[in-house]
Design a protein. Sequence first.
Lengths: 558, 377, 209
Amino acid sequence: MTETSQMTSTSQAGPAGTSPPQPSGGGPGTGGQGTGRVSPFGAQGWLRWVWRQLTSMRTALILLFLLAVASVPGSLLPQQGIDPAAVQQYYTSHPALAPWLARLSLFNVFAAPWFAAIYLLLFLSLAGCVVPRTFRLARSARALPPPAPRHVARLPSSARQQTDRDPAAALDAAAAVLRQRKFRLRTGDGWLSAEKGYRREFGNLLFHLALLALLGAVALGGLFGYKANRLLVSGSSFANTVTALDTFRPGRLVSSSDLQPFSLTLNRFSASYVTSGTERGQPSAFNADVSYTAQPGAPVRHDVLRVNHPLAVDGAKVYLIGHGYAPVFKVTDGTGKVVFDQPVPFISVGNSGLTSEGVIKVPDAQPDQLGFAGVFLPTAVDVGGTLESAFPAPLLPRVSLVSYKGNLGMDSGPPQSVYQLNTAHLTQLPVPPRPLAPGQSIKLPGGAGTVTFTGYREWISLAITYDPGQLPALIAGAAALAGLLLSFFVRRRRMFVRAYPSPDGTTRVDVGGLARSDPAGGFDEEFAGLAEALRGAYAGTTVADDPQLTTTSPGERD
Amino acid sequence: MPINQGLSHFSDHFLMVALLLYFLAVLAFAADFAFGRRATDATRSAEPAELVPAGVAAPAAGGAQAAGADGAAAGPPAATATSSPATAGAGTGGAGTGGAGTAGPTSGAPGRPGILGRRAGLPAGPWVRAGLGLVIIGLALHIVGVITRGLAVHRVPWGDMYEFVIAVSCVAVIFFVGLMIKYRPYYLGLFVMAPIVIIIGLAQTVIYTPAGPIAVALNSYWLAIHVTAITLASGTYVVAAVLAVVFLFADRHSRRVAAGLPVRNGEVFRLLPSPERIDQLAYRTVVFAFPLWTFGIMAGAIWADQAWGRYWGWDPTETWAFITWVVYACFLHARVTAGWRGRRAAYIQLAGFGCLLFNLLGVSIFVTGLHSYAGLN
Amino acid sequence: MSRRPRTPSRIRVRPGRAVTTAVLAAASAVALAGCAGGAIASNTPASNGQSFVAGSPGTTLYRAGAGPQAPAVTGPVVGGGRLSLASYRGHVVVLNFWGSWCTPCREEAPDLAALANHFRSAGVRFVGIDIRDSPASAQAFTSDFRISYPSLNDPGDTIALDFRDTVPPAGIPTTLVVARGGRIAARVIGPVTYSGLKSLIQRVAAQPG
């Protein structure tokens, strides 16, 4: 605190040219320090004080901890960016609480402004400390070790030795030993100073700077990258353009024309399942046989898309995320015209037999619009009266449909989900419940039409991503790890040697050592080893050391 | 490739026997506390200030008798740093502490303070030797159990939660045995092995899953990289957490002693080294684990990019791994900040361990995300 | 990371510190922008399972002669035959990207049909481009809404891709108005209104060549 007040009093007279000191009550840290001078803080002083607080270790600790605490709700509450359906679910099950949580951005924690504030402040604090230290390191990287203190024997770790050799020779021998152990040396008249461990600070700074670079890489991806999803039925194809995607999440600076213009066709999808044992029904492999062109007009290529084996095309990556069944339906309306004839993707309800649900909407059927809610069972077996799917492969595919007619609600209003039927204005048709095998059809009562289950196909869901920050993030991560290892396992050490001619003709050698920061302990044995090595370096007889002198070691240093 | 059920059962049997041996080792370590040789005043000499690996020769002999009285090294040649002048008076018999001149290993003789203070320098008592022997044999069986499970399922044996917990406990025991050999913290035996026994017992009963084929999404060579790193780091963090708890108790005890307050279980605490050294050992353990954990997160991010299309998506497991990393980073920063060492740092470390437990076990059980491969229904 | 105590004589605003601050401010601004952009942007559909990108509604108008040249569009017509946009050179062309499954497209369909009839005598040609529909659904749609103008089927999204370098359809529905000379004059993302599209067409039709 004292130094802060000293700082501010001089900063007033600094090149910033603020007003001369006035006897007003200052901000924190000024006045009352016993100096007798009360200097005002001023705007610049305040900024400087804030900056000092921000870049202090204590603030960094608090912000780090806050970052961890702030991440907790993001992992326990459903998040909008990960599982929007779960968020909706939360709204229905907690109708009073949910809006308040939404106001606090707790359904989108990691994009929330307060979360951004925490990590931005943290990185600011980090940068404010690391960047000046980098400059300092750059300046001192070539600097020589400091000269040896006059009373080496008073250092916390020290030893006193005697040798027959003359002082210069003793120092040379010591220099040789230390040089061998990678110390940087500086010699003077009768003394030797050695230092090593510069890489520790370098590693420390590299780690923290790499974290800053990581943030930059994430920002790069957020600005220029995009994520998209598309569900593709086998036999059909799509191109990477906005109208063809199911969801499109572009970065800030991404527009529709920035998408890589590749086209992809799903030729065949095959899934294999475990057929016996306790894991019966568990999938064992997914293979999507695709052909693609990188741009319109480019040669057609083939690939097999699998989980953990994405397809890289033109800078974007295509991932196989999920799969399911798309039974094919043909609907004839009341006038006898075929008004619908295409596969309909059904979504798995989540059980191991891949029972899937879906909806067929025929809005252009005459005279009434038709809608169907269906359940597809890949291997349908009768279990106590209800139909269940016993195995995920299509060994015995059946579809059961509930038929409706009326107004689907698609002609106006907000867009509807393709997987949900809005039955508000529909009337259910009385049709005897009968599961359909491929090829079978239902004749709808009242001349409303017929619906035929003609067959089934499979669909895959693809994730298309482009992230230019990916490689920089990887490099930053690797650099952080390297910096971390360096900063942990390189030890900063200083050794000092002074040689004096003793009255009895021998030479007295004082050896001392310092550990710059030693949170793990262990310097004393290292120093002892060094002293031993130095002693061994002096050729010639070694007189026993003076037993009166203590080889001291620090107490528990805090 | 079909699962080899025979090998899988083999693995289960080996693990059961290992568990039994660990349990007996816990009894042995407890017996050492109860019946083991007490440190007497003559041997309870000044504590060395720094943590030093056993077997390193040092010219300095703390509290050593003057050069010449050392005699031959007997017992484990535990090298010591020297005592500070403040403690030199305690029990050294007033002999001047030896200078740095004595050559060769010293302080091996009985009565020298070893690296762990009061009881070091003493040969390990019969109970400790029995306990350690049981642990080592049990560890061998444990490793065999892990390997046979891996052979049974034709992949690295950490693909579901049961296998993962078994592997983590194996790593913890390996690390513990390594510590025992290097630093001889005999007091640690009881406090590390007892939780290990509980963990393995729970794994074999509550979360046991029979050997089965791996989920498709996990079928990648990244399993061997990412999960191995996380396993190694987690096992080491377990040991660090045990050390933190022991430190807190020892620190509380020494404060109460210093303040003259009545203490309980003083016998037990007299057998432990100073809280500072326990703290240092805990710090070193975390320093070993932290880069592994960082690497594990990075490898996980690379794998996530391969499998799910993004290297970081704030999936609950990813988020908690991040939280764990941040809290341990807090601990490392705290330890170099004046005023935050000691108890506060230990609390932060335990908070980090709590986050680790939630990350590995809680998230899989309570929260659904992309990482739900626990094998539990 | 504590600071070394400084002696007063060394307190000065060093250039290094100013540079540091400036760099940091810039970096934070970039990061803030980037991170916010990483979240779901405004033109993504609500989380209700609809399987298309609605796009952020809006109209873009190009100055006369300043819009990009429309690409050569050609393809099979729903109901049979082939059509090429080149055959409409000299006419104002309205291109509408639609799908029978898309509610906003159904909402604007009557207006489009009416406008097509209204402007037929003026020589304005309407062409639909059908996205993700089977031929049966497409035919049912055109007869249901009595759409008299032809629609091209675009199962592989090749037509949409053709527009990528010019004025891409950034959602469904999208309506493009192409001037007589073949340059794209306007784009409407989202459903059109009768009066809105009418005035747009009249404006483009009034442009020379």
